[in-house]
Design a binder for this molecule. Sequence first.
Ligand SMILES: [Fe+2]
Length: 373
Amino acid sequence: MAAFYTVPIRNGLRIITQQATFKILQITDLHLAERYFLKVSQLRRLRRLIDREKPDLIVNTGDFFCRRRLFPPHMIVKLFTALIGKEYPWAFAWGNHDCEAFRWGRWYPVEDWEQEFKLFEATLSQTKNCLYIPSHEFISGWEDLSPEETEQEMEALLLPRGNGKSKEYFDGFYGGNFKIELFDARRNLKSWDLFIFNSRQKFHIPPQALHWMEQEIASDERPVPAVCFYHLPNRAFQQAWDAGFAKGIKGESINYLKDTGRVHEAFKRAGTVRACFAGHDHKNDFMGIYEGITYVYGRKTLRFSKGAVDAVRGFSHPPKDSSPLEWGAKLITLGLQEEDPMRNQMYVSTVLHSRTEDPIPIDPLPRCVPVPG
Ligand SMILES: [Fe+2]
């Protein structure tokens, strides 16, 4: 369990640890919309799985809430804190349903959406053990957008109209884009960068956040590997699958929505991104390599919503395409031992209720070299 302390850095925080390895459990797509008692019993099941793996940090990659909102999001955060977060530090990446939870099924009229999101950022950052940095102001103030990016953001900022129909969107919230550094206290050096991004409802990670990330990475004298967490898969998941460089289960289409490939291009330019973890597509659980970067689907966590079931006797594994998956999580083990941090080891395994699958190494690669043309 967590043996570290944190200090604030610009638009993020630094975890200072003496450990030789650091374990992160990615949980995703919990869709906590069901009745209270069901939520409690399912979260207790999840707690048992977490107790088995004892991660240092949980990263929740979104769709934590649901637009069928029987509970307001801050109550769900309270419940999660009581059952899990009290003992396990956790970070949160916004998902499309989390954005929608503020927009649909509303229980009081909201005048100012931006203000609503900002208030919730404050709630998260003040929640015990929730490693969340309010970043709306910081990221939205980041300029140097290209004409195409400006045009995209104008569209993303369209204000809500009508009466809550599915065609509405508002992607003008720039919070949830921040950095967590893993710092090796024994040698007094940074070992890993973890970037948490808000992939929004449609337009994916804001270009401002990607520019900020590139500048952060470029300003490091000594490069360290970066791992990114966000909810929506980006187009590179599709490209890795199409190229035959992916392994695992693809039970549904890859919904990268309006990502045109710009997210991967930014990761490639940054040069240190080793792996990215997404969620959203409940029946997909594969990992693939595209142009030197490993893209990994999280395992849908809990059986709420569609595409996942509890482990039952006789459950066949691996399941057939498009059948529901047994719910679980992903365990990411990061090494902090190499003299050159870029060579630090990384392993990923799927965690199911009954067992944890064998870890798969995500090899250290030379710094990604942009592909010409
Ligand atoms: Fe989603």
